[in-house]
Design a protein around this ligand. Sequence first.
Ligand code: A1D88
Length: 652
Amino acid sequence: MSFDSIDRVTVLGAGNMGHGITEVTAMGGYEVTMRDIEQDLVDDGYEQIAWSLEKLEEKDLLAESADTVLGRIDTTTDLKEAVADADLVIEAAPENLELKHDIFSDLEEFTTEDTLLATNTSSLPISDIAEVLDTPERVLGLHFFNPPVKMDLVEVIYGQETTDEVADAGYEWVESIDKTPIYVRKDVRGFVVNTIVGPFGGEPAFMVSEGEATIRGADATMAHERGYPMGPFELADLTGIDVGYHVRKEGGSPIPPITEEKVEAEELGQKTGKGFYDYANGDGADYQPEDAGDFDWLRVEARMVNRAAFLVGEGVAKPEEVDTGVQLGLGFPEGICRRADKIGLDTVLGKLETLHEETGADRFEPHSYLEDLVEEDKTGEDAGQGFYEYDTDDGALDSYHNINVDLADGVLALELDRPSRMNAISGDLLEEVDDLFSTVDTDDVRCVTIEGVGDRAFSAGADIGGFGGTEPTDMMDVTPAFETVNDFPRPVVAKIDGYCLGAGLELALACDLRLATERSSFGAPEIGLGLIPGGGGTQRLMRVLGETRAKELVFRGNHIDADRAEQWGLVNRAVAREEFDDVVGEFLDDLRTGPPIGLKVAKKVMNEGQDASLEAALAMESQGFGLLFTTEDMREGTAAFAEDREPEFDGK
Ligand SMILES: C/C=C/C(=O)SCCNC(=O)CCNC(=O)[C@H](O)C(C)(C)COP(=O)(O)OP(=O)(O)OC[C@H]1O[C@@H](n2cnc3c(N)ncnc32)[C@H](O)[C@@H]1OP(=O)(O)O
């Protein structure tokens, strides 16, 4: 049983999750059968998929036509027929253990032992579902997030009997449909993501119940100061207060009184018109940035960190997996382990110990893994080690958290890796970019590319979520990192596919060349936030576009499309998505094989010359020209010309 043997997939269930999983499976290139118990349900699911694929096609987000993808999907109501040839079956039926037992018993009968059996449960233990099988080792959890077409994360969960071979096959299959898997190595309640989110909603509810916080104060602080996509009470209203209530009840966790009251009053959130906020007769979640401040956020984050310590300490997940999970599954601004290392694990532990002493409540009892880290002086970033190691002196390119870096064939490829935030540029991300460009060994690099992870954005600008807690002086520090890119002695190419806005545009402007897909859009929307570009944008736009066009972009704050950007000279090329890789490849071939010293001198003279008088700039050029006459590369270039062959430059 291996990933290589997966050709045909069957999804059981045509509801929200079932049809979503079917859609992404077909988008991933697989033949897939979607089965539900009644034809109406199957037809509804199929229509939803057709509608969604059409929308994706309109937005140019599909690699093939919607019809081609739809052509890979079969439907049926017959379970035996649905799974007969399947290599992987994903069950997405309602969360009822008895029902799932019936389904898996049938699966044992109707499939061969080589078929991988997955469940998309979000709340039932995988081992409990698998217990009805004689072959429980081939059962695993594949927990997609809602809606699967938008959410990148999939938790790959081991049941007690699941073999590594089965989990690995599931993991590789998830990668093959372009989703991001994380392993959940033990079958713990809530898996990774829901284990962490529990205290995010629960602790503020206890604090409000105890009169130690207000709903608006909690929401405003968590959203505007701590950068979460929304406040905990707003989130509870969105997902349904009863949902969190039942999860706690079933898990035997204490229920905050305010949550109990809301459920008893049937004020369950947006779906009933009233929850923690009033949606029917009020303005809904109307908290404002000014409401932030008077809320003990550390109490909430300390509890989430304690849960992360449990996951890591018990071998359920690695810190990187926990962090990927909360960023992609919950839209957290950064990983909780990473955040803990920045706060200081001693501070977190101290907070938990104090609360445990004061209240005696079990939920504050520190996990031994956290205690051990602090005991060993691994208290976080300042100490050089916490959940992560921070000793990056070895120049390791894989030591970054917000960017991915790869060096192959002389091309240093950098990805901005915050897809859940449209690759918005946080202080941490910027520091990592600065560090990379300041420390990488330029001898190994012929040229650099910068792009965004995911299919939505190069970068949608500075991370607005982080603005609340940032000092003006920190914000004034943005420009130096962009200068490091601009001054890097090798050509830097921005590969833009999607939004390129604000600080994202400024980063692209700090690059030497900009290549874009036709669907990309560009803008300096800062003025709409009461700001101006602060990463060199006002000045570089003037130089690249001239005053008339630069002022239009900065003053109006609107977006321009890629065609206009090409016409204005903001990008070197705007091409169809299908041609993008080829065009980028052609540029990189020239830069990679060009003379490194020649390119370095050209970049320096052109960058510095534009701010000097013409006389001084011409002098700089002459000096550069003369200097290049002393290089071996110059001799190789002229010899190759004479011998009618391609030159091979060594950078000497
Ligand atoms: C010195 C430099 C200063 C600056 O750069 S200031 C910032 C300038 N940039 C902006 O003002 C752009 C802000 N973003 C947008 O206007 C929109 O987004 C887009 C037009 C790019 C896309 O809109 P849509 O397709 O409706 O997506 P979505 O739901 O708004 O965004 C998806 C997720 O991405 C997060 N996000 C987008 N941009 C930023 C950002 N700049 N900072 C932080 N988060 C951002 C959202 O909040 C959301 O997240 P969730 O799914 O959790 O709600």
